[in-house]
Design a protein around this ligand. Sequence first.
Ligand SMILES: *[C@@H]1O[C@H](CO)[C@@H](O)[C@H](O)[C@H]1NC(C)=O
Length: 125
Amino acid sequence: MMSSLHLLPIPHAYFMFVWSFLTSYGLIHDGMPADEALHVLTSDFWSWKLREFPELATTEGIHDYDDKLESYSYSNFDLRLAYCKELLAELDIVNKTSLSRENRLTYDVLKDQLNTFIHGYEWKE
Ligand SMILES: *[C@@H]1O[C@H](CO)[C@@H](O)[C@H](O)[C@H]1NC(C)=O
Protein backbone atom coordinates (compact mmCIF):
# COMPACT_ATOMS: atom_id res chain seq x y z
CA MET A 1 0.00 0.00 0.00
CA MET A 2 2.78 2.43 0.89
CA SER A 3 4.47 2.08 -2.50
CA SER A 4 1.31 2.86 -4.44
CA LEU A 5 0.87 6.08 -2.50
CA HIS A 6 3.76 7.65 -4.37
CA LEU A 7 1.89 7.31 -7.64
CA LEU A 8 -1.13 9.26 -6.54
CA PRO A 9 -1.22 12.99 -7.19
CA ILE A 10 -1.44 15.17 -4.13
CA PRO A 11 -2.71 18.64 -4.96
CA HIS A 12 -0.61 21.66 -4.15
CA ALA A 13 -3.54 23.05 -2.18
CA TYR A 14 -3.22 20.12 0.16
CA PHE A 15 0.33 21.07 1.09
CA MET A 16 -0.78 24.63 1.59
CA PHE A 17 -3.47 23.34 3.89
CA VAL A 18 -1.03 21.21 5.86
CA TRP A 19 1.40 24.11 6.05
CA SER A 20 -1.20 26.53 7.33
CA PHE A 21 -2.31 23.91 9.81
CA LEU A 22 1.18 23.25 11.14
CA THR A 23 1.80 26.94 11.59
CA SER A 24 -1.28 27.28 13.83
CA TYR A 25 -4.67 27.00 12.32
CA GLY A 26 -6.19 30.07 13.95
CA LEU A 27 -9.41 30.31 11.95
CA ILE A 28 -11.20 32.47 14.46
CA HIS A 29 -10.04 35.33 16.63
CA ASP A 30 -11.14 37.26 19.70
CA GLY A 31 -13.88 39.72 19.01
CA MET A 32 -15.32 37.78 16.10
CA PRO A 33 -19.10 37.48 16.58
CA ALA A 34 -19.98 33.96 17.74
CA ASP A 35 -22.28 33.26 14.78
CA GLU A 36 -19.60 34.31 12.32
CA ALA A 37 -16.95 32.24 14.10
CA LEU A 38 -19.20 29.19 14.03
CA HIS A 39 -19.84 29.69 10.32
CA VAL A 40 -16.08 29.83 9.63
CA LEU A 41 -15.46 26.61 11.57
CA THR A 42 -18.43 24.77 10.04
CA SER A 43 -17.37 25.73 6.50
CA ASP A 44 -13.81 24.67 7.15
CA PHE A 45 -14.92 21.31 8.52
CA TRP A 46 -17.17 20.72 5.49
CA SER A 47 -14.36 21.54 3.03
CA TRP A 48 -11.99 19.37 5.00
CA LYS A 49 -14.37 16.40 4.91
CA LEU A 50 -14.81 16.71 1.14
CA ARG A 51 -11.04 16.85 0.69
CA GLU A 52 -10.29 13.96 3.03
CA PHE A 53 -13.18 11.73 2.00
CA PRO A 54 -13.72 12.20 -1.75
CA GLU A 55 -16.09 9.26 -1.78
CA LEU A 56 -18.35 11.17 0.58
CA ALA A 57 -18.26 14.15 -1.76
CA THR A 58 -19.44 11.89 -4.60
CA THR A 59 -22.27 10.58 -2.43
CA GLU A 60 -23.28 14.17 -1.72
CA GLY A 61 -23.49 14.85 -5.46
CA ILE A 62 -20.28 16.89 -5.57
CA HIS A 63 -18.07 15.53 -8.33
CA ASP A 64 -14.98 17.74 -8.11
CA TYR A 65 -13.18 15.06 -6.13
CA ASP A 66 -14.17 11.96 -8.12
CA ASP A 67 -10.67 11.42 -9.48
CA LYS A 68 -9.11 11.15 -6.04
CA LEU A 69 -9.13 8.02 -3.94
CA GLU A 70 -9.80 8.22 -0.27
CA SER A 71 -7.09 5.67 0.48
CA TYR A 72 -4.25 8.02 -0.47
CA SER A 73 -4.84 10.11 2.60
CA TYR A 74 -4.79 7.27 5.10
CA SER A 75 -1.15 8.17 5.57
CA ASN A 76 -2.42 11.47 7.00
CA PHE A 77 -4.06 9.70 9.88
CA ASP A 78 -2.23 11.77 12.50
CA LEU A 79 -2.95 14.99 10.65
CA ARG A 80 -6.64 14.16 10.57
CA LEU A 81 -6.67 13.58 14.28
CA ALA A 82 -4.71 16.76 14.92
CA TYR A 83 -7.01 18.74 12.63
CA CYS A 84 -10.13 17.55 14.47
CA LYS A 85 -8.59 18.31 17.84
CA GLU A 86 -7.57 21.77 16.70
CA LEU A 87 -11.01 22.51 15.28
CA LEU A 88 -12.61 21.32 18.50
CA ALA A 89 -10.29 23.59 20.49
CA GLU A 90 -11.38 26.50 18.31
CA LEU A 91 -15.02 25.56 18.70
CA ASP A 92 -14.56 25.65 22.47
CA ILE A 93 -13.62 29.34 22.15
CA VAL A 94 -17.00 30.12 20.56
CA ASN A 95 -19.46 31.45 23.15
CA LYS A 96 -22.40 29.14 22.65
CA THR A 97 -24.70 31.31 24.75
CA SER A 98 -24.47 34.19 22.31
CA LEU A 99 -25.27 32.06 19.25
CA SER A 100 -28.65 32.19 17.59
CA ARG A 101 -30.97 29.34 18.51
CA GLU A 102 -30.43 27.67 15.12
CA ASN A 103 -26.67 28.01 15.40
CA ARG A 104 -26.65 26.45 18.84
CA LEU A 105 -27.91 23.30 17.16
CA THR A 106 -25.23 23.61 14.47
CA TYR A 107 -22.66 24.03 17.26
CA ASP A 108 -23.81 20.80 18.92
CA VAL A 109 -23.80 18.88 15.65
CA LEU A 110 -20.29 20.07 14.77
CA LYS A 111 -19.00 19.27 18.23
CA ASP A 112 -20.57 15.83 18.11
CA GLN A 113 -19.04 15.09 14.70
CA LEU A 114 -15.58 16.21 15.82
CA ASN A 115 -15.78 14.08 18.95
CA THR A 116 -16.88 11.11 16.86
CA PHE A 117 -13.87 11.53 14.56
CA ILE A 118 -11.47 11.99 17.46
CA HIS A 119 -12.71 9.00 19.42
CA GLY A 120 -12.83 6.87 16.28
CA TYR A 121 -9.16 7.63 15.61
CA GLU A 122 -8.14 7.03 19.19
CA TRP A 123 -9.74 3.59 19.04
CA LYS A 124 -7.54 2.70 16.08
CA GLU A 125 -4.33 3.69 17.85
C1 LIG B 1 -21.28 34.73 26.33
O1 LIG B 1 -22.38 35.39 25.77
C2 LIG B 1 -23.36 35.79 26.72
C3 LIG B 1 -24.54 36.35 25.96
O2 LIG B 1 -24.16 37.22 24.95
C4 LIG B 1 -22.73 36.78 27.69
O3 LIG B 1 -23.68 37.17 28.66
C5 LIG B 1 -21.53 36.14 28.37
O4 LIG B 1 -20.88 37.06 29.18
C6 LIG B 1 -20.56 35.58 27.34
N1 LIG B 1 -19.53 34.82 28.01
C7 LIG B 1 -18.24 35.00 27.78
C8 LIG B 1 -17.32 34.10 28.52
O5 LIG B 1 -17.81 35.87 27.02
